[in-house]
Design a protein around this ligand. Structure first.
Ligand SMILES: Cc1cc2nc3c(=O)[nH]c(=O)nc-3n(C[C@H](O)[C@H](O)[C@H](O)COP(=O)(O)O)c2cc1C
Length: 464
């Protein structure tokens, strides 16, 4: 028995999906798709390398089920699942990952909502429930990115004493924010545009229904393309979350106002996906336990929303905060999402996933203390894809630790090419032969058999 054996016990996601262990890869958009949302051999190699590293499932990056320019994602580029062309590529990915006894859950997200930008080619603005623009609030966000920002903006960051900034009142804070954002904008217009948003176009009622139907179709496409499940992204200030939050949903029709109305879009997407995919297919939801903003969505409301979703879902993937308040979304220390995961687990009879744990000792503790059923690894497997296998082999000291500098995110925000300060191979996985689908264990067996038989041809008497 090793100290970590319980991490490697199998678990069933509500009887719909069997996982070989309690470690999955958390969804991460590494901006590897092309501008039309097509993945390629690099995307495949990225997922294969993490499957080889020992997780029981990869949850894909946020994947968009529509081609309409108002999805608002063209500035960062997201994968798509909007028609069979994408389904075919997804199927190749699924088969490659399955070769490592690893499942594939596709995270689906209908759009960037109020965090979106106008489409780079057509100029069409992003669409959201209401015409509210997003703006990152440093008081709730800057600690998460502090290390990475200090290396990029050394002079500007000298102005920011974390404790003082976090204690500022609105009257004190906003003039300070304007000054800092202007300085950042001079140095990096790209980062400025991401922290200080555009005003989105409010969605028409028929477009909301259209999104629900496209979501259900995409879920069915994932199922038919041999994916193991789908996850609705209702978190992080994207379109789904915009409907839920009173900050961003000012609608007066049946999709706005009361909590039931604000949850209607999410519940409809889930119920339509369930009807399309049947009872046996695994469907999960990603949701923040709290938006962590004074005027945002709070935990009790999140529990009530999950109560409405419960008939249609098989697991809850915990997150926290949103891009306007990302200290807990990209936690600067372990266990920051545990209290919400634990609360979900106490309230619902559904398996719970939680990220934000990088140290194996905290991972096993969270499982043993009943905080969560599954630990989902994000930046920890960016830094070291072999985190699970090393823990299983008792080689914890060999893990390359994530420093939480958030360079992975900042590099995407800046240049749309991901990189990691402790793992130089990030973004270059396709160059490693061990990540080529042709070198998977299944193909390896075929190749070995061929080589054996070919050798046999020459060994036999009279062979040519
Ligand atoms: C580069 C990057 C991209 C991410 N993209 C997504 C995404 O597409 N969907 C999602 O739900 N979360 C996304 N996340 C959030 C992670 O899934 C995870 O919740 C977060 O990083 C905190 O966990 P960690 O401390 O283990 O990294 C992303 C995180 C990173 C670092």
């Amino acid at each position: 028995m090793s100290d970590y054996d319980r991490l490697f016990e199998p678990i069933s996601l509500n009887g719909k999906l069997e996982l070989k262990n309690r470690l999955v890869m958390s969804p991460m958009n590494m901006i590897m798709s092309d501008p039309e949302g097509f993945g390629d051999e690099q995307t495949q190699a990225w997922y294969i390398s993490r499957a080889r590293g020992g997780v029981s499932a990869v949850i894909t990056e946020a994947t968009v089920p529509i081609n309409d320019d108002w999805h608002g994602t063209s500035h960062t580029v997201n994968a798509r699942m909007s028609d069979l062309r994408y389904g075919r590529i997804f199927n190749e990915l699924v088969r490659a990952v399955h070769d490592y006894d690893c499942k594939v859950i596709c995270q689906l997200m209908t759009g960037f909502g109020y965090q979106g930008k106008h489409h780079v080619a057509s100029g069409v603005p992003s669409a959201a429930p209401s015409a509210v623009a997003h703006k990152v609030d440093m008081r709730y966000s800057v600690r998460a990115f502090h290390k990475g920002l200090k290396s990029r903006f050394p002079e500007e960051m000298k102005l920011i004493d974390l404790d003082i900034v976090e204690g500022l009142s609105d009257e004190e804070y906003y003039p300070f924010e304007n000054m800092v954002y202007d300085l950042i904008g001079e140095r990096s217009p790209k980062i400025r545009s991401l922290i200080d948003g555009e005003i989105p176009r409010p969605l028409e009622h028929h477009e909301i229904v259209y999104l629900e139907d496209r979501f259900a179709e995409a879920a069915l496409l994932v199922k038919e393309m041999e994916g193991d499940g789908v996850e609705l992204h209702a978190s992080h200030g994207y379109l789904g979350a915009n409907f839920l939050s009173p900050r961003t949903n000012r609608r007066t029709d049946e999709y706005g106002g009361s909590l039931e109305n604000r949850a209607r879009h999410i519940v409809n997407m889930l119920s339509k996906a369930r009807a399309a995919c049947g009872e046996d297919f695994c469907i999960g939801i990603r949701i923040s336990g709290d938006e962590e903003l004074p005027d945002g969505m709070h935990h009790q409301e999140v529990l009530d929303v999950l109560g409405m979703c419960e008939p249609y879902i098989d697991y809850i993937n915990t997150s926290s905060g949103c891009y306007d308040a990302c200290n807990t979304m990209f936690p600067y220390e372990d266990n920051m999402m545990n209290r919400h995961a634990h609360s979900f687990r106490e309230r619902f009879k559904l398996p719970v996933l939680v990220p934000g744990i990088h140290d194996p000792a905290n991972a096993i503790k969270a499982i043993e203390e009943g905080v969560t059923d599954v630990v989902s690894l994000a930046r920890a497997v960016v830094a070291d894809p072999d985190w699970p296998n090393k823990v299983k082999a008792g080689r914890v000291e060999d893990i390359v630790r994530c420093t939480r500098c958030c360079n992975c995110l900042l590099s995407i925000f800046e240049a749309t090419k991901v990189s990691c300060t402790v793992n130089p191979l990030v973004g270059y996985e396709k160059y490693l032969p061990e990540n080529w689908p042709v070198n998977s264990p299944r193909h390896r067996r075929k190749i070995d058999r061929f080589l054996e038989r070919r050798a046999g041809l020459y060994d036999s008497e009279g062979g040519s």
